[in-house]
Design a protein around this ligand. Structure first.
Ligand SMILES: Cc1cc2nc3c(=O)[nH]c(=O)nc-3n(C[C@H](O)[C@H](O)[C@H](O)COP(=O)(O)O)c2cc1C
Length: 449
């Protein structure tokens, strides 16, 4: 009798918690990088992690673009690349013409990467999510993007108006991907104009088995520059907490310290930063750890990660245009950069030049340089200096590369998509109350060549 009473009281007082699967991650207590198309590629995520982001969301990737892609390991830097041939391609296309649609770092992003999917179909969502499930800590459904390219297909913010569909997508992902692969499924929404409509929607979403819900505190028609509205936040948090789902806030969060203060004020579990991190990812660093750093430090770290990740040059340039302040003297020159070596030359990052030159060769950018002669003489000068230093130090003549860009060429291994984790069911972290799906785990994986 006493035991019954104690257990009844405990279940009364212990808040429910959707169990966090073994290979998943709890969003509670985290300050995270937001999903951003273009601005959330691998080097942006690595630089955010470097400055203290607890988790990183990858850019929204549409289900159909992933389905049919190949997974391979880049032998030069160990990153995992999902690639596909252009639609007009075919058997005659060479490997170098494949486009990388998603790239991740299995070591530095381990346990920290959330893959965001754009979808309007439970079947396609499951098919696509299975392809990356073994490489990521969670799958998040984009239900907040108001851009026509997303909403026209019924994806993104359009899902806010079709809750039945959104619920069926989340349930399918929980059942067929989350459970067998032991990772969490989450959703990112926007607030709706009327709190009652948001309330009705969130109340349904938290019953799907998701582990987390992010709310961007703007309505779908609101422009990014309009101030985020936090009036509905407490209500959303309360619904999430009653169901044991972690709630992450987003919208006008600009630094780690502010994020922690907002989390305290609104009782939210985590906070997500987008545009502030796009401009200066050191916003993830608390004031006590040095706070916001000057743009040069951050740009150096970013370019280094770009080179290590073999990031597409156009993407690097796009983000550097955001990170380098417009009024800065170097900005004008930087706008004329045609390859990685140009950037290292303009910004005087001489130690990155050898790796930049190597990568330019890999990406076929060498001939495009706007500063060919200056760079060649600088490179020769560096080589001579390195050579002399090395010889003086050890008698060897080759300087050691500091970059993980190891070799210019090499076979790219194409892997099968990893199968669901083989670990045992009891490895699910302790949690209470939320019924698990009764569907059997999907065991068989298609090998995508
Ligand atoms: C360049 C850019 C790309 C974005 N891409 C995505 C995306 O892929 N998926 C998504 O859910 N939101 C996307 N967003 C929205 C952000 O994740 C975030 O919700 C929004 O910018 C509000 O956060 P902020 O006030 O910190 O900027 C994007 C925002 C920007 C600026």
């Amino acid at each position: 009798m006493l035991r019954f009473l104690r257990s009844a009281m405990t279940s009364f007082t212990t808040p429910p918690r959707v169990p966090i699967p073994l290979n998943g991650v709890d969003y509670r207590g985290k300050v995270v990088l937001a999903p951003m198309v273009r601005s959330g590629e691998l080097p942006s995520r690595l630089v955010a992690l470097r400055y203290g982001a607890d988790l990183v969301w990858g850019p929204e990737t549409i289900d159909r673009s992933l389905i049919g892609a190949s997974r391979r390991v880049n032998p030069r830097n160990g990153t995992i690349e999902y690639t596909r041939l252009p639609s007009n391609g075919g058997r005659t296309e060479t490997a170098s013409q494949e486009s990388v649609i998603y790239r991740l770092d299995p070591v530095r992003e381990k346990g920290k990467l959330i893959f965001q999917i754009g979808t309007a179909s439970p079947e396609l969502a499951v098919q696509a999510a299975k392809m990356v499930a073994g490489d990521v800590a969670g799958i998040d459904v984009n239900s907040g993007c108001p851009k026509p390219f997303s909403t026209s297909g019924g994806m993104g913010a359009a899902l806010l108006r079709t809750p039945d569909k959104l619920v069926s997508i989340l349930e399918a992902l929980v059942r067929e991907v989350g459970i067998p692969y032991k990772i969490g499924i989450s959703v990112k929404i926007r607030i709706l104009e009327k709190p009652e409509i948001t309330e009705a929607l969130v109340s349904r979403l938290v019953k799907t088995g998701i582990t987390g819900l992010t709310v961007h505190c703007r309505t779908p028609p609101m422009r990014p520059r309009e101030r985020a509205i936090r009036d509905q936040l407490r209500m959303i948090v309360s619904i999430c907490h009653d169901a044991g789902v972690a709630c992450v806030m987003n919208g006008d969060v600009t630094s780690r310290d502010q994020a922690l203060a907002l989390m305290e004020e609104f009782g939210v579990d985590g906070a997500m930063i987008a545009t502030a991190a796009e401009t200066n990812p050191s916003c993830f660093q608390s004031q006590a750890d040095g706070g916001l750093l000057p743009f040069r430090d951050v740009v150096y770290a970013y370019i280094k990660f770009c080179i290590e990740s073999e990031n597409r040059f156009g993407n690097t340039k796009y983000l550097l245009n955001i990170m380098i302040p417009g009024k800065n003297k170097e900005f004008k020159d930087a706008k004329g950069a045609k390859n990685y070596a140009d950037y290292c030359h303009i910004l005087r990052f001489d130690d990155l030049l050898p790796a930049a030159l190597q990568l330019d060769e890999i990406l076929n950018l060498t001939g495009k340089s706007a500063f060919k002669d200056e760079i060649r003489s600088k490179a020769v000068q560096n080589a001579i200096e390195n050579n002399e230093t090395a010889r003086a130090a050890s008698g060897t003549s080759r300087p050691k590369s500091t970059s993980p860009v190891i070799s210019k060429v090499g076979p790219i291994r194409t892997n099968s998509i990893p199968s669901p984790s083989k670990s045992k069911p009891e490895e699910i972290e302790a949690g209470v109350d939320i019924p698990a799906s009764t569907s059997p785990p999907a065991q068989k994986q298609e090998v995508v060549a």
